[in-house]
Write a protein that binds this ligand. Structure first.
Ligand SMILES: [Zn+2]
Length: 194
């Protein structure tokens, strides 16, 4: 799988198979569409190659630009456990952010249990699972080759008391799925310490 990091301003945005699929995992802050376009240009990827967008969790540094991308024709994949977190995005924003509220319409609504079938249809072998801990709505895309896009799931051992057991359960799920490599929402790609 060809994985290109097109992130900026501390957020990693991973573009999977730009030539044949164009699935983007996470986007940046509201109003940063020109920045994203610039990064894509520098990496030699036409903007039109971005076909799908999956958000690991609905926080401003990962989803702020989602509606702006939808307005450009990108299809937003929303996992059922994430729907209720979308309206809350507006609460994180200040007027100067010029946040475009993400519409609940026009999305690809997906039950996590159906994700393998959907991904297969667009040419990806893998699945999306719920991995709460950093936030209720956090999901991880796991490719069958062992790559996992974990968003901001707190590294094991770093979780605060109140979410520790939930974070550990999420890592346990990743272990059970034989994850080998972590593609986090911030910072470098790293091997998954089993
Ligand atoms: Zn983040």
């Amino acid at each position: 799988m060809n994985i290109l990091n097109v992130g900026y301003r501390s957020t990693n945005c991973y573009l999977l198979e730009p030539d044949r699929i164009g699935l983007l995992i996470d986007v940046g802050w509201p109003g940063t569409l020109p920045v994203l376009r610039n990064v894509l240009k520098k990496k030699g990827v036409p903007f039109q190659k971005v076909n799908y967008l999956l958000i690991t969790h609905y926080h401003p540094d990962h989803a702020g630009l989602a509606q702006e991308l939808k307005d450009q024709g990108v299809r937003l994949i929303v996992v059922d456990s994430q729907i209720s977190s979308i309206p809350a995005m507006a609460r994180y924003m200040k007027p100067r952010d010029h946040y475009q509220e993400i519409s609940l319409y026009g999305n690809i609504d997906l039950a996590a249990a159906e994700s393998r079938k959907f991904l297969m249809g667009i040419g990806i072998s893998g699945e999306i699972i719920s991995t709460p801990g950093h936030s209720e709505d956090s999901v991880t895309l796991i490719l069958d080759d062992g790559c996992a896009f974990t968003g901001d799931l707190t590294p094991p051992g770093h979780a605060v008391e109140e979410s520790r057991s939930e974070v550990e359960r999420s890592w346990e799920k990743l272990r059970a799925h034989k994850v080998k490599t972590i593609y986090p929402g911030h910072g470098p790609v790293r091997p998954f310490a089993q």
